[in-house]
Design a protein around this ligand. Structure first.
Ligand code: 13P
Length: 286
């Protein structure tokens, strides 16, 4: 069923929980994620990476996810993640995305806020919910090796800049850089909880978003909601578990008559169980 991302996140935060968002490159993974959410009777967010949306069939994929979300027995949001191109954002919204990360994080804060505000005005009237990102999150969204080159301490969100940024951008949710990275952490992940607390105070009622959750400890995930983090993004963990399961199932699938069904079952099981574990951790207190 359809839900407004910010309302959903605020509602779950009030219950002591955060909503997980999973990057889906294909429909089988999305189906498994939604089934895991339905089994847990919890809401979930399906993320579409910008390269997927802009690639061949990307807008048809978003339309298919829209159908899946509307048909689901739990609230499901379809969000275009890390979007920097206004044309792609508009096309994704027309195709059925009901939330967008208008990502101006590579720009100076004032231009970032202007970019987010321009996307809000471009999509006004469509009911789309806008997330913004303040601070520079390292790593690559689609390649887990990218994080190794990034110092997580660099480019962290400045709590003193948050209130003015939210004022100028009117973003509905705020993604933060607090020691998190996209991809595999090169050492032990260390989130700056003190900084998160100051950002939360500065953000007022705007919920925080934590990207780069793959590789974080169970304790970090369980703590997220109590620190005002209402949405948690996961990609690397989901696609690694899925690819490993597919690789393990492939020889047997080939030797049993090119058995596509057995391969897809392994795929779904891996994606569903990864999503199920994250759903559980983020709702541990809810
Ligand atoms: P990970 O790949 O590190 O889980 O990050 C996912 C993410 O933040 C997507 O926006």
């Amino acid at each position: 069923m359809r839900a407004r991302l910010n309302d959903l996140v605020l509602e779950r935060l009030a219950a002591g929980s955060a909503v997980p968002a999973f990057t889906c490159y294909d429909f089988t993974t999305a189906l498994a994620v939604v089934s895991a959410a339905e089994d847990a009777r919890l809401p979930v967010i399906l993320l579409v990476a910008p390269k997927t949306a802009a690639g061949p069939g990307g807008l048809r994929f978003i339309r298919a996810l829209r159908g899946l979300a509307d048909d689901a027995g739990v609230p499901v949001v379809v969000q275009l993640d890390h979007a920097t191109d206004a044309g792609l954002i508009q096309a994704a919204v027309t195709a059925g995305a009901d939330a967008v990360l208008a990502d101006g994080s590579r720009m100076p804060p004032v231009r970032n806020a202007e970019f987010v505000a321009s996307i809000a005005s471009l999509t006004s009237g469509s009911g789309v919910v806008i997330e913004a990102e303040l601070g520079a999150l390292g790593g690559d969204e689609d390649d887990s090796r990218g994080a190794a080159k990034h110092d997580p301490a660099a480019g962290m969100t400045d709590p003193a800049a948050v209130a003015a940024f939210l004022d100028a951008s009117a973003a509905d949710l705020l993604a933060v850089a607090v020691g998190n990275v996209h991809g595999n952490y090169s050492g032990e992940p260390r989130l700056d909880w003190e900084r998160i607390s100051r950002i939360r105070t500065a953000a007022g009622t705007v919920p925080l978003v934590l990207h780069g959750a793959s590789g974080l400890s169970s304790a970090d995930l369980e703590r997220a909601a109590s620190a005002g983090i209402g949405k948690v993004n996961v990609n690397t963990e989901l696609r690694t578990a899925t690819l490993e399961a597919v690789a393990a199932a492939l020889p047997e699938a080939m030797s049993s008559g090119a058995n596509m069904l057995s391969l897809m079952q392994a795929w779904s099981r891996a994606a569903g169980s990864t999503a199920g574990q994250t759903l559980k951790l983020l709702n541990a207190a809810g």
